[in-house]
Write a protein that binds this ligand. Structure first.
Ligand code: GDP
Length: 480
C-alpha cells in the first residue's frame, strides 16, 4: 500500500487571504503565520491581481536572486563597467537611512518600485538590522551578498557623481541613449532636501531613462510610494494592485515584514502577559523629536487635552461610584504606551490608580521599554523598537505622534486611522489643536517630489482625487 504524503495545508487566514506565499517553513518564521491571531482582520480587500503579481515576483526573485546563474551573469556585467541591453534580470538595491520606522517605509516603497519596474529587490540591512526580519521571498534571499562591489553607503549622497540627477545635469547621457552606452549602474537619491525630493525622478521621461539601467542603487529617507501614483504611466497598474488606495503600505508592510523568531518571542511573551486578557487595547505612541523638542508637561497636557476632546482614553470621574454587585460585565481596557521615556506611562498609570473610571471599566497601563535614547546602531535596541511597533499594531485603536514614521508603520499595519497628536508650529511651544483624526490608513510622505516636469509650482496634492495633504505635515502628501 502506498500512502500519499500530504503536507497540512496552511489556512487562508494564516496566509492573510493569499497575500503570503505558503512556501516558507513555519518553523523558520513563527510570526509570519501567527500574527493574524493577534491582529484585527484587515479592513481592506485584497486584489487577486496583487496576489498574482506577488507570486510572479517571487518566481522572478528566485530566478534572478543571489546564488542563481543569472545573478552571477548580471554581476559579471556590473563589474565590466558598462550597462547591457536586453538583460533578463534587473536589480534595485536598497540602502538604509534613519531609524526603523523610516527604514520600513522606504524599503516598502522600494519594493513597490521593484514591482512596478520589474526589478529584483536586494537590501543592505547593515549589522544593526540583522536579526530583525525573516526572509520574505521563498527559496531565495533579499540580503545583498557581501561581495557586492559598490557596497559603500557613505558614498551615496546628493553630490554623488553616480546619482541620476547629477549624471543628467552634467550631460553624461541623452534621454534617447542606448542602454549599452550607459554606465553599469545608477544611484537614485531619494532623500529630502528642504523637505522636497529632487525634480527629474517622478517624471515620465526620467523613469523611462532609469528603466534602462540594469543595476540601481537607491537610498531614501521618505515614504515615496505615493509619488508613483502621481505618474500616469504607473496609474493603471497601481489601480489594479490597490483598488483601495489607502491600503498600499498596509498590504506591502504585512507582506514584507515578519519579525524573526527572536523578536517574535518578545512580542508573544509581552502580549500574553499583559494584553491578551483585555477587552479593548488602546495604543498611545509618544515621540519627542530632537529638531522640535516638547517639554514633558506640555506634551502630557496635550495628551490630556486630546482625550478630553475625543475620549481616546477611558473617561474618569472624581467621585467613587456606588457599589457594584457583579463584576461579570466589567470591561477591561489595556492602554499600551510606547515611548523612549517612562514619564508618560507613570503619569497615566497614576491617574487611573487615583481616579475611578466613569463607566466602571478596569484600566491597566503598560509600557514594554523606555530606552531613553534613540540608538539606531544597536541590534537589541532595534529589536525592541520592532517588537513595540508590532505590539501597537495589535491594538484596537491608536493615538500617534505627528511626524513619526514609527507611529505610521504601527497604525498602517493595524489598518487603523489614528488620532494624531499635532506638532506645535515652529515658533510655538504648545500645539493649538491637540489632535486630529487621520483621514486615511496610509502613512504621510513628508517631502513630496518637485514636479517641474509638470510645470512650475505643481502641487502634488491637487493633481488627483486620491492624493491630499497630510494632517500633521501640511505640505506632505498621502493617499486616501
Ligand atoms: P521617527 O523618528 O519617529 O520617524 O521613527 P524611526 O523609527 O525612524 O526612528 C526613531 C527610533 O527611535 C526608533 O527606530 C527606535 O530606535 C527609537 N524609538 C523611538 N520611539 C521608540 C519607542 O517608543 N520604543 C522604542 N523601543 N524605541 C523607540
Amino acid at each position: 500500500e502506498t500512502k500519499l504524503s500530504t503536507t497540512p495545508a496552511i489556512s487562508s487566514d494564516k496566509l492573510l487571504g493569499g497575500l503570503l506565499s505558503p512556501n516558507i517553513d513555519e518553523q523558520l518564521c513563527h510570526s509570519r503565520y501567527k500574527s493574524y491571531q493577534y491582529r484585527q482582520k484587515s479592513p481592506f480587500t485584497l486584489s487577486p491581481y496583487l496576489t498574482k503579481k506577488l507570486r510572479k515576483y517571487e518566481a522572478y526573485h528566485k530566478k534572478c536572486g543571489p546564488g542563481s546563474r543569472l545573478y552571477k551573469k548580471a554581476m559579471k556585467q556590473l563589474k565590466s563597467g558598462h550597462n547591457y541591453e536586453n538583460s533578463q534580470c534587473k536589480y534595485v538595491i536598497w540602502f538604509p537611512c534613519n531609524g526603523l520606522g523610516n527604514r520600513m517605509l522606504t524599503l516598502a516603497s522600494t519594493f513597490l518600485y521593484a514591482l512596478l519596474t520589474n526589478r529584483v529587490l536586494l537590501t543592505n540591512m547593515g549589522k544593526e538590522s540583522e536579526n530583525l526580519f525573516c526572509e520574505p521571498f521563498p527559496g531565495s534571499s533579499w540580503i545583498l551578498p557581501p561581495d557586492f562591489p559598490y557596497n559603500q553607503p557613505h558614498k551615496l549622497h546628493i553630490e554623488a557623481p553616480e546619482s541620476y540627477v547629477n549624471m543628467l545635469k552634467r550631460g553624461a547621457f541623452a534621454y534617447h541613449a542606448n542602454a549599452s552606452s550607459l554606465p553599469a549602474y545608477v544611484y537614485l537619491h531619494l532623500e529630502q532636501f528642504s523637505l522636497r525630493m529632487q525634480n527629474n525622478i517622478f517624471c515620465e521621461e526620467d523613469q523611462k531613462m532609469l528603466s534602462k539601467f540594469n543595476w540601481m542603487l537607491l537610498k531614501s529617507d521618505s515614504y515615496f510610494a505615493p509619488a508613483f501614483f502621481l505618474m500616469p504611466s504607473y496609474q493603471e497598474e497601481l489601480k489594479r494592485m490597490f483598488p483601495e488606495k489607502e491600503s498600499v503600505f498596509h498590504h506591502l508592510g504585512r507582506y514584507l515584514y515578519h519579525p524573526t523568531n527572536e523578536v517574535w518571542g518578545r512580542i508573544e511573551r509581552y502580549y500574553n502577559a499583559y494584553l491578551a486578557h483585555a477587552d479593548e487595547k488602546i495604543g498611545l505612541q509618544v515621540r519627542i523629536f530632537r529638531e522640535k523638542p516638547i517639554k514633558f508637561e506640555v506634551m502630557y497636557d496635550q495628551i490630556m487635552r486630546c482625550t478630553n476632546q475625543v475620549k481616546f482614553l477611558p473617561e474618569m470621574t472624581h467621585s467613587e461610584p456606588p457599589m457594584r454587585n457583579s463584576s461579570t460585565n466589567t470591561k477591561h481596557k489595556a492602554i499600551l504606551i510606547t515611548s523612549l521615556y517612562a514619564g508618560y506611562y507613570e503619569r497615566i498609570r497614576a491617574i487611573y490608580y487615583d481616579n475611578p473610571t466613569l463607566n466602571g471599566e478596569v484600566v491597566s497601563v503598560y509600557q514594554p521599554s523606555h530606552e531613553e535614547e534613540q540608538q539606531t546602531e544597536a541590534q537589541n535596541h532595534n529589536q525592541k523598537a520592532l517588537a513595540e511597533i508590532y505590539l501597537l499594531s495589535f491594538c484596537d485603536q491608536m493615538t500617534i505622534t505627528a511626524w513619526s514614521t514609527f507611529g505610521y508603520v504601527a497604525h498602517s499595519f493595524a489598518g487603523i486611522k489614528p488620532w494624531i497628536l499635532m506638532r506645535p508650529d515652529w515658533d510655538k511651544e504648545v500645539a493649538e489643536v491637540p489632535c486630529i483624526k487621520s483621514t486615511t490608513v496610509e502613512p504621510c510622505l513628508h517631502s513630496p517630489p518637485l514636479l517641474e516636469c509638470r510645470g512650475k509650482g505643481t502641487d502634488a496634492a491637487h493633481l488627483l482625487p486620491y492624493v491630499r495633504h497630510c494632517e500633521d505635515v501640511g505640505f506632505g502628501i498621502k493617499l486616501y
